[in-house]
Design a binder for this molecule. Structure first.
Ligand SMILES: Nc1ncnc2c1ncn2[C@@H]1O[C@H](COP(=O)(O)OP(=O)(O)OP(=O)(O)O)[C@@H](O)[C@H]1O
Length: 314
């Protein structure tokens, strides 16, 4: 088994008694892109802040490459944390941020920084505090990628970026990661858009880890059926449904398990269509995704069964 690059044991952070993170024990593999998922307030930023020694735990431990980062500057140098609300000195322009980063990060690539600045069209003249939200995010991405830090964290790096710029980010991240493999952990609410980047996911809910899994395994462990509501109900009866949804006379259900020949035959006889489950749907099916607005809840035609509320016995 590969040694973990990051381990946490019983990691807990409380604010005035309320737990932002509770008893988190993780072993994060090196050289993998991991998505940190979970609803607002789940504890994603808190976890990244603790690992990068920007905050201290109330209890538990963090170790990076076998050492406590808080006590080892050489470990901190190996990490880059791109925060969604990164602040810069008032008089800083692009060149100042780039110069500071080039001094701080030992693996800095000026060539990559120049290329990304051009691709994102980041302006050089105004001070950074005048940047738009999207330009600020683009600058964070430039610093995060060009740092080539062995461990890089991105906290919702896409805020304010238009679709073209987000596409550039995803492509450039994959390109540079392929050429210079490293450990990347990124928090996101755009699961559908970013799932092609993610190899593993950590799902947090109310400060606790509820899932830490390989994305392909997660996908392979569930499937979706869709068709006439009554046929979906019949199919679901003896299976483990993670979520079910009925709109008008049509139903869909996400089922846990590996699809076998018998399942296929039964689905076909009920006129049901079987489709793979997207990561977004799967996370939502486990009751952990961002709320999905399916339409007017007062609409009598729309009946949604909340995830996990009506699981059939397995
Ligand atoms: N400095 C603080 N003081 C008090 N409470 C805090 C502080 N920082 C975070 N929290 C609380 O800790 C919890 C976790 O916050 P965190 O920012 O880690 O969540 P998140 O998963 O990153 O959320 P989001 O997706 O909205 O960015 C929240 O309930 C938040 O209000």
């Amino acid at each position: 088994m590969t040694a973990s690059v990051i381990t946490t044991r019983g990691l807990t952070r409380r604010y005035k008694g309320a737990a932002a993170l509770e008893d988190v024990t993780l072993d994060i593999e090196p050289g993998v892109i991991t998505g940190l998922l979970g609803r607002n307030g789940a504890g994603k930023t808190t976890l990244m802040s603790l690992i990068t020694a920007q905050d201290r735990p109330s209890a538990g431990t963090v170790s990076v490459n076998g050492r406590d980062p808080f006590e080892h500057a050489e470990i901190i140098e190996q990490m880059c944390f791109v925060r969604d609300n990164q602040r810069y000195p008032d008089d800083y322009k692009l060149k100042h941020a780039i110069r500071a980063a080039s001094i701080f990060y030992p693996h800095w690539s000026q060539q990559l920084a120049d290329r990304l600045i051009e691709l994102f069209r980041i302006p050089s003249k105004p001070v950074i505090k005048k940047f738009s939200r999207g330009q600020l995010s683009a600058l964070g991405i430039v610093l995060g990628l060009a740092s080539r830090s062995p461990i890089t964290f991105f906290d919702e790096p896409y805020l304010g970026l238009d679709a073209t710029a987000r596409g550039i980010f995803y492509d450039e991240l994959l390109r540079d990661y392929a050429a210079h493999p490293r450990t990347i952990i990124l928090s996101t609410h755009l699961i559908d858009e970013m799932d092609r980047l993610l190899e593993r996911v950590i799902v947090l809910d109310q400060g606790r880890v509820v899932r830490h899994a390989d994305v392909d395994e997660l996908r392979g462990g569930a499937y979706q059926v869709a068709g006439k509501a009554a046929a979906v109900e019949r199919f679901v009866r003896d299976r483990r449904a993670l979520s079910r949804r009925t709109i008008g006379g049509l139903g869909t259900a996400v089922l846990e398990g590996v699809l076998g020949d018998e399942d296929r035959a039964e689905a076909a006889s009920g006129g049901l269509e079987i489709t793979p489950v997207s990561l977004q749907d799967l996370v939502a099916a486990y009751g952990l995704g961002d709320a999905v607005d399916d339409g007017d809840p007062a609409d009598p035609e729309l009946a949604t069964v909340s995830p996990l509320s009506e699981r059939s016995a397995s």
